[in-house]
Ligand binder design. Sequence first.
Ligand code: AMP
Length: 420
Amino acid sequence: MQTIEKYNFKGKRAIIRVDFNVPLNKQTFEVTDDTRIRGALPTIKKVLADGGSAILMSHLGRPDGKPQEKFSLKHIIPAVNKVLGVEVKFAGDCMGETAKQMTASIKPGEVVLLENLRFYEEEEGKPYHLGENPTEEEKKAGKAKVKESQKAFVKQLASYADCYVNDAFGTAHRAHASTALIAEYFKNDSMFGFLIEAELKAMDKVLNEAQRPFTAIMGGAKVSDKILIIENLLNRVDNLIIGGGMTYTFIKAQGGKIGNSICEADKLELALEILNKAKAKGVKVYIPVDAVNADAFDANANTCISKTNETPDGWMGLDIADETIKQFSSVIENSKTILWNGPMGVFEMEKFAKGTSSIAQAIANATAKGAFSLIGGGDSVAAINKNKLADKVSYVSTGGGAMLEYMEGKELPGIKAIRG
Ligand code: AMP
């Protein structure tokens, strides 16, 4: 397999799948967070420093297969110019004659940005233009048609360049034209960018080379979203910490009183199964013992503390309380490998943020003592950033869905296309 570090881009046109799906201000269309643009910088710099040229392709938002002004990548040009320190040339389309000409005449050191790939339904391979209420037959025919036209789409993108780099980890779990299909045109000239390499290294370290004790912390709203990752992790971890809304499915399954707390009534059996499997595998499961309850799902709600299995009627648990924080922190601080996905409570509301912040701090403390810590999932990353701890943990993943799927043990199409 080719690696970006060893590859010499001199005189080569590299088409790079980046993840420039950045948040924009709704009125001014200015980029409000350029983290993802900065994430692609090492890869683009390497291409240019070698004496190559870079053709950048990305999606932005969900334009559903048709051009839409608000999703145009032209909005991000100033931010890209600023981060790169190079004046980017915008092709205005990712297909068509202009894109062909601009990429054909690109010179070493230059950067061309293609327009949003998802302005074409061929990128995702989804039939978006079927009209209202299509029949099953029409849907099937539409899908077959897009798949057919997708070939020409991929071929044209591939024709722009001599080599292909995928650095869009956030979409690596999607089997799209620019992430999974294009690589076959560049047999020995396709590779991951530095960002995907770093993501894979961090995840593989946790999955395959974890030092013990290995603790996984799973939070968030629902068990159903996390079940596959929990099942895969049960084969690997020493400790499984459960937090957030899914706590109450476990508590109820064990016969506890949960008041109005969030609960998936159809997942009670599953929760018990997880506990049994964990026991059989010798994994210690930690479920919150006490909670900060609210009398309404509201930032200004009244609060009270109770045991999680004795939630008073009319109240709902929205955060872990002090006894649990103490217990969880102690397990975390004695771990050598830590994986965190999902908040411990409704951390968006100040009154219910302490549990999540305390766990973030415990992970930082463990990292300072030499543990390897991997944080993934939008909310946990937001919590780490909010507590200014991003540089106090080992790795903060940039891809929520992609990371979850990789940790579930699934093969990601964007990874497989290059790794084989
Ligand atoms: P997820 O996307 O599954 O990781 O869930 C994240 C969401 O779970 C956040 O928006 C939290 O506010 C929410 N959450 C965490 N703890 C609770 C809880 N105890 N009750 C209800 N929602 C919660």
